[in-house]
Design a protein around this ligand. Structure first.
Ligand SMILES: *[C@@H]1O[C@H](CO)[C@@H](O)[C@H](O)[C@H]1NC(C)=O
Ligand SMILES: *[C@@H]1O[C@H](CO)[C@@H](O)[C@H](O)[C@H]1NC(C)=O
Ligand SMILES: *[C@@H]1O[C@H](CO)[C@@H](O)[C@H](O)[C@H]1NC(C)=O
Ligand SMILES: CC(=O)N[C@H]1CO[C@H](CO)[C@@H](O)[C@@H]1O
Length: 307
């Protein structure tokens, strides 16, 4: 009997059960580890990047989804679930009595009280956004700007770990039931608890030595892709200040998919990647902009990048 059970468990692993454990809908897309991606948070979308996956602000450029899909890209549709932004088509659907303080450094944005999301009206605004993402053809949703449970003095709200976790899980479950994959953005302190609720992970806050990056290891080790960005002050520093190369090597060895870019949306990004050249020890970093290429030797590796 014991053996029979084990046999079933093994069959289950080999066949489909992994998918059932992973999600409510076994047909959601899951990016493979080390997929190439491009991420742009504002400005005019750079449409010409050679990347398998685009992360975009889909509520502000809905036509981009179909255009990117038609060119063979996968599209991750990003939107805020924890802040109110005045200039969106559905902004007025968020009840004003749920707004906390203004978000420092963000134009006309306020924190939303997510406690009671199932009855307060916030949950339904967000599930409607998920419905729109599905209708437009997004492959995945990325929930942004919600990880504030340790910032009650800033938000003016009374949030806690459990409220935030349950809100995310509720929306993730809904997205997957609609056939969309779910990306966890930042907030890596809940990464373990959210592991079964999401399909891949993204961070632009863990940089280099930050211990929070290590939360991503659990994902890659279980075939869930980890994407990230490290920001550098300006483009020239890519060449002058070579610390990004060490970051690249570190992330390549961890099988993360990583970009180094400027904070301003000027389109310059470097991609950390392994070349498929004959020499497997060659590690290269290539920018998302095609053009001239330069090779730099770093340690035992050759770093190649183009811009
Ligand atoms: C996602 O949306 C939020 C809120 O609009 C924004 O701050 C962030 O930069 C966006 N990221 C992308 C990839 O569009
Ligand atoms: C919206 O996306 C299209 C690609 O579909 C792009 O050509 C256009 O520049 C984008 N608009 C903005 C404001 O980014
Ligand atoms: C990275 O992926 C390769 C297979 O592509 C694997 O052999 C290696 O162990 C992985 N490294 C880590 C740190 O997971
Ligand atoms: C608890 C925790 O680690 N929260 C972090 C979530 O991510 C944001 C960045 O998006 C950090 O500022 C928080 O410290």
């Amino acid at each position: 009997m014991g053996n029979f059970k084990n046999f079933n468990a093994i069959l289950c692993l080999i066949l489909i059960c992994g998918n059932y454990v992973r999600s409510q809908n076994p047909y959601v897309w899951q990016p493979s580890v080390k997929s190439t991606f491009y991420y742009q948070t504002g400005g005019v979308l750079n449409y010409g990047v050679k990347a398998q996956i685009y992360f975009i602000d889909f509520l502000r450029n809905q036509s981009a989804v179909a255009d990117l899909k038609n060119s063979g890209r996968r599209v991750v549709c990003n939107f805020s679930i924890g802040i109110y932004e005045r200039n969106l088509a559905d902004s007025n659907n968020i009840p004003k009595n749920l707004l906390g303080n203004s978000v420092p450094g963000m134009y006309q944005a306020s924190f939303i009280n997510i406690a009671g999301y199932q009855t307060s009206g916030v949950g339904s605004v967000m599930t409607a956004r998920i419905d729109l993402a599905k209708q437009l053809g997004c492959d995945a949703v990325q929930f942004d700007n919600y990880d504030y449970y340790q910032m009650n003095s800033v938000t003016g709200l009374l949030l806690n770990y459990q409220i935030q976790l349950s809100y995310f899980q509720y929306l993730a479950y809904y997205a997957r039931s609609q056939g969309l994959a779910v990306c966890l953005k930042n907030n890596l302190s809940q990464a373990s608890d959210l592991f079964n609720s999401v399909d891949f992970v993204f961070s632009d806050t863990c940089d280099g030595t930050s211990a929070s990056c290590n939360y991503m290891d659990q994902y890659v080790n279980n075939n869930k892709a980890a994407f990230g960005i490290s920001y550098r002050e300006n483009y020239l520093n890519y060449i002058v200040d070579q610390d990004w190369q060490q970051l690249c090597v570190q992330y390549i060895l961890k099988n993360y998919s990583w970009l180094i870019r400027t904070k301003s949306q000027d389109g310059y990004s470097l991609r950390c990647a392994i070349t498929s050249q004959s020499n497997q020890n060659i590690i290269s970093s290539s920018s998302t902009i095609l053009g001239n290429s330069i090779a730099i030797t770093l340690f035992a590796f050759v770093i190649i990048f183009t811009f």
